[in-house]
Design a protein around this ligand. Structure first.
Ligand code: FAD
Length: 448
């Protein structure tokens, strides 16, 4: 008999909650990853750096397991077909995994749970992707928070309310929040199933190709985190961690990074709290994946002009800070947070294009794309979200540039023709666009 540990967005062999519990169970553990065609078939380009990153990461994990006489089972297909086949192939005692809060993932897991239930096999799932799930950070009066500041206050209280100790890598005893304590997977590594190396599909087998997009490293200097609050808003400098993709796929542990953040920089910790915040919003209010968090914003009469949208996507709006951001995104799969806010505001408010169009474009392009944070960011920019800026506050791209890129360094890097006659005139006039936006939002909200 074997237990299966099913990896999804937790691709690491250390400090992994579900994996730790699987290895402590009664049966040898066969680790599994499924390249899920329900997700992959929707990707538009065969050159997708995220699929390549997944593939590289799994190959690395497989290799390190094989050095110890274990392996990783990698399947490509539809979970609804793969799971019944696995139950025929292996004598499965139990299945372990870490929870995923996206609507599709919840549906998929429910399907697998029912299948296993019918076969009398337990399905154990664990919290690993976030520090706190929705029910752990609740209002004093009950219910989950939909406003960030009080949420983050309670989040920190809960974190500090339960202290524990652990032995750090230098062998010293250290005090740590119970919730940040690492799971010592390494201590149980001999409980993986002994097996010959297992085959793994290549990228090409799955219809994908390598890309030349660079993935930011998994580690970040303490110096950067220490000064994060001073550098994080300036897109021309490397003042943020670029860890997004690693948090997304779990190639780093959120507990470890939150622990560091707590020691080094409160502003950085706050950003990690935003991540938990949006994850619990999606979990508790799954309608946000399709509709506005505040329903009345679904009445805004978007213009949705296709030609305007194309100019925005290509970074040809004639607003240099917007164009720089879109070109950075198209070239690298990354866009600085400040500029994400500016480009998102420009699309929804200056061009009156539905935030879902922008959300979908970012989803296609961002290496760190994460449904909950992307949706949260877009709904914030559009004014339709939980914690949104009021709709009548319209970002002025020129003042944003003066404040955050005053020497045009970021702009010149991504828009080399800026300042020449090859650079387009602004596609809309700021003052007109602002008034048009206010009118549209007002009329939409009145209709609601
Ligand atoms: P850092 O500034 O170094 O922050 C560290 C980590 O904290 C990030 O990697 C991320 O995991 C988390 N974080 C930081 N800011 C936020 C935030 N506002 N909300 C949630 N988590 C945050 N973040 C994503 O991870 N995926 C997305 O798809 C995504 N889409 C966005 C779309 C829009 C319109 C906006 C305004 C923001 C979006 N963000 C998204 C949030 C934020 O811009 C990115 O997390 C950040 O820029 C990633 O760069 P970094 O890793 O250098 O972040």
């Amino acid at each position: 008999k074997v237990s299966i540990f099913w990896f999804r967005r937790d691709l690491r062999l250390h400090d992994n909650a579900g994996l730790y519990h699987a290895l402590r169970g009664a049966h040898p553990v066969l680790p599994l990853f499924i390249f899920d065609r329900e997700i992959l078939d929707d990707l538009e380009s065969p050159k997708d750096a995220r699929v390549e990153f997944l593939h590289d990461t799994l190959a690395g994990m497989k290799e390190s397991l094989e050095q110890e006489g274990h392996s990783l089972l990698v399947r490509y297909g539809f979970p609804k077909e793969i799971w019944p086949a696995l139950l025929k192939e292996f004598d499965v005692a139990a299945v372990y995994t870490n929870r995923d809060y996206e609507p599709y993932a919840k549906k998929r897991d429910q399907m697998v749970r029912e299948l296993l239930d019918n076969a009398g096999i337990p399905f154990h799932d664990f919290k690993d992707h976030v520090i706190f799930e929705a029910e752990e950070v609740q209002k004093k009066t009950g219910g989950n928070y939909t406003v960030f500041t009080p949420y983050s206050r309670t989040w920190k209280e809960v974190l500090n309310n339960r202290m524990d100790s652990f032995t750090n890598p230098d062998g010293e005893q250290q005090e740590i929040s119970y919730y940040l304590k690492p799971y010592p997977v390494e201590a149980y590594a001999s409980h993986f199933l002994e097996t010959e190396p297992l085959p793994m599909p290549t990228l090409e087998d799955m219809g994908f190709e390598p890309t030349d997009i660079e993935i930011p490293p998994k580690s970040v200097s303490r110096g950067l985190i220490r000064t994060y609050d001073e550098t994080r808003d300036i897109p021309a400098i490397n003042g943020t961690s670029r860890l997004g993709i690693h948090f997304r796929f779990g190639t780093i542990s959120i507990r470890e990074k939150a622990w560091r953040a707590k020691q080094l920089n409160d502003t950085f910790l706050n950003e990690l709290i935003w991540r938990d915040f949006y994850a619990q919003i999606l979990d508790e209010h799954p309608h946000v994946a399709e509709r506005s968090f505040r329903p009345k914003y679904d009445y805004v009469p978007w213009r949705n002009d296709e030609a305007d949208f194309k100019k925005w996507c290509e970074g040809k709006t004639g607003y240099p800070i917007v164009d720089a951001g879109m070109r950075e995104l198209n070239a690298t799969g990354y866009m600085h947070n400040r500029v994400r806010m500016i480009t998102a505001s420009f699309l929804t408010k200056h061009l009156l294009i539905d935030w879902r169009w922008g959300e979908a474009y970012f989803a296609k392009k961002l290496l760190d794309f994460d449904l909950s944070s992307n949706n949260g960011g877009w709904q914030w920019a559009a004014g339709s979200g939980t914690d949104a800026a009021p709709y009548f506050r319209v970002f002025n791209p020129y003042s944003q540039q003066k404040k955050f890129d005053k020497d045009f360094k970021y702009i010149k890097k991504w828009v080399p023709e800026f300042g020449t006659d090859r650079y387009p005139e602004p596609m809309v006039e700021h003052k007109m666009a602002r008034e048009r936006c206010l009118e549209a939002y007002k009329s939409g909200l009145e209709k609601a």
